[in-house]
Design a protein around this ligand. Structure first.
Ligand code: NBP
Length: 479
């Protein structure tokens, strides 16, 4: 019983996480993989880690101290269920199974319930930061029971990224809360990436600067309020020259964005919760649009401005784009936190939103300086229902909104698609509007479906007798 923790699944994420665990004082790590080769390779390549290899689930269980703790890092879906079933055959009540894969949170809720019946604890944990994060310090979003957090907390704190002295891990909430938050994290990541891509495209087309020159713009932005991992790597990607052709790499990469599905999950979940995450949705759809070459091909000759444009003052335009990016980014995060708030209410999780922003400051893909401001906003007003109304963000909008409108108007006028910029602005103006045309929609719904409406001047629910004398009657509330 030499090991205090085990890892099942030794592909890139699992082996890096195992090495991270092994590098921390006091840990001895048992490792198991379905096919033996990966285990042999990991143990041979990293003798310094002192791994305890296992070649069956029985051996794996036998090598772990009680209560046994195992982190699963296998392909999400069926493989995760298969591993859980195998572990349950050899684990005992009180032991802890952690799923660190990218599981859909509803699967995690289902698994937690089923595993709990056996007396074993099940923790679904979001892991962000990719391969490098897993090795050097990820941002960790564990759900699961309070009981398992007692054992897991110190271990996870020791391997997580550190931001401003704080480990980037917190017990997010029960059962699927961790995977839910990880899902929304990925959705926000989609939006942030799309916004950056739109900014790049506008600057490139409006100023004629080369990718290498635009890399300098992003590097400069990264020294200011937009400082973030994604802005930093954008500069790196834009600077890269293709070894084969000598062209900027970004010009030889096929312009069809892939996706593994977490953006779509975020949007699907938001739709069922009734939360308008329009920035995340636009970003997800923009990837879909890019990935239909046949549709793009037959659409190329649609009428529209083709002459391009040149900004009168390149530096001023770049500054406008920077402000538009910042404002749209705040919208995307605000929408994401709205989804977490709604998910917590729906599934009964007690999630500290400020703490979520804090654990995203290190290790993960969306780490950014301004996350501190989100934490501050929730510390000040824990039940803040619209994040972007926090005073700090209102100050940003005060500075940025003219430029934001200018950039969206320009993109529409000259025919450059900026779906995330423009939908974020439309959301912002939707929230600001004193009256929305939703009143007309209620009228239409009442007309064709007798769906009823409420009035601004008196309580009750009403229906107009559209196909009779068009008088109004009090009606049952049918929404
Ligand atoms: P993969 O997602 O590529 O999964 C490969 C691993 O799953 C191998 O160890 C494989 O074993 C194992 N596996 C499969 Br496939 N079917 C199995 C089964 N029926 N029983 C047991 N093991 C099985 O690995 P990864 O890229 O390291 O990712 C691991 C998890 O971490 C995934 O859920 C992923 O979504 C998540 N994640 C990935 C990242 C990232 O940046 N890559 C970031 C955050 C989270 P074998 O060697 O025997 O085939």
């Amino acid at each position: 019983n030499a090991a205090n923790i085990g890892v099942v699944g030794l592909a890139v994420m699992g082996s890096n996480l195992a090495r991270n665990l092994a590098s921390r004082e006091g840990n001895t790590v048992a490792v198991y993989n379905r096919s033996r080769a990966k285990t042999d390779e990991l143990v041979a390549e990293h003798p310094e880690a002192g791994f305890v290899p296992a070649f069956s689930y029985e051996e794996f269980a036998a090598s772990l101290q009680k209560p046994r703790t195992a982190i699963i890092m296998v392909k999400a879906g069926g493989p995760t269920d298969a591993v859980i079933d195998s572990l349950l055959e050899v684990f005992e009540p009180g032991d802890i199974i952690v799923d660190g894969g990218n599981a859909l949170f509803t699967d995690t809720i289902r698994r937690e319930k089923a595993v709990r019946e056996t007396g074993v604890n099940f923790v679904g944990m979001g892991v962000s930061g990719g391969e490098e994060g897993a090795l050097l310090g990820p941002s960790l979003m564990p759900g699961g029971s309070d009981e398992s957090w007692v054992t897991l907390g110190p271990i996870l704190r020791s391997i997580a990224a550190v931001a401003e002295g704080e480990p980037c891990v917190t017990h997010v909430g029960h059962d699927g809360a961790g995977h839910f938050v990880k899902m929304v994290h990925n959705g926000i990541e989609y939006a942030d990436m799309q916004l950056i891509a739109e900014a790049y495209d506008l600057i490139r087309r409006g100023t004629g600067k080369s990718p290498a020159e635009i890399a300098e713009v992003f590097a400069e932005w990264n020294r200011g309020e937009l400082e973030s991992y994604l802005i930093e790597i954008t500069a790196e990607v834009l600077r890269q020259v293709d070894g084969e052709t000598g062209k900027p790499l970004v010009d030889v990469i096929l312009d069809q964005a892939g996706a593994k599905g977490t953006g779509a999950w975020t949007v699907q979940t938001a739709l069922s919760l009734g939360v308008p995450v329009s920035g995340i949705a636009e970003a997800t759809f923009a990837r879909s649009l890019s990935s239909h070459p046949e549709q793009r091909e037959i659409s190329r000759d649609l009428p529209g401005p083709n002459e391009g444009f040149t900004a009168d003052d390149a530096d001023a335009f770049i500054e406008q784009v920077r402000l538009a990016l910042y404002a749209s980014k705040i919208v995307a995060y605000s929408q994401g936190f709205d989804e977490i708030r709604a998910g917590a209410a729906e599934y009964g999780w007690n999630i500290d939103l400020g703490k979520i922003a804090a654990i995203w400051r290190g290790g993960c893909i969306i780490r950014a300086r301004f996350l501190n401001r989100i934490t501050d906003a929730y510390v000040e007003t824990p039940d803040l229902s619209v994040l972007l109304t926090a005073p700090f963000f209102v100050d940003v909008f005060t500075r940025a909104q003219d430029a934001w409108r200018e950039v969206v108007a320009t993109s529409a006028k000259v025919g450059i698609p900026a779906p995330a910029f423009s939908s974020s602005l439309a959301y912002y103006d939707g929230l600001r509007a004193e009256r929305l045309p939703a009143a007309l929609i209620q009228g239409q719904r009442d007309f064709f479906g007798a769906h009823t409406y409420k009035r601004i001047d008196k309580p009750g629910t009403f229906h107009t007798l559209w196909s009779a004398d068009r008088s109004e009657i009090e009606a049952e509330d049918t929404h």
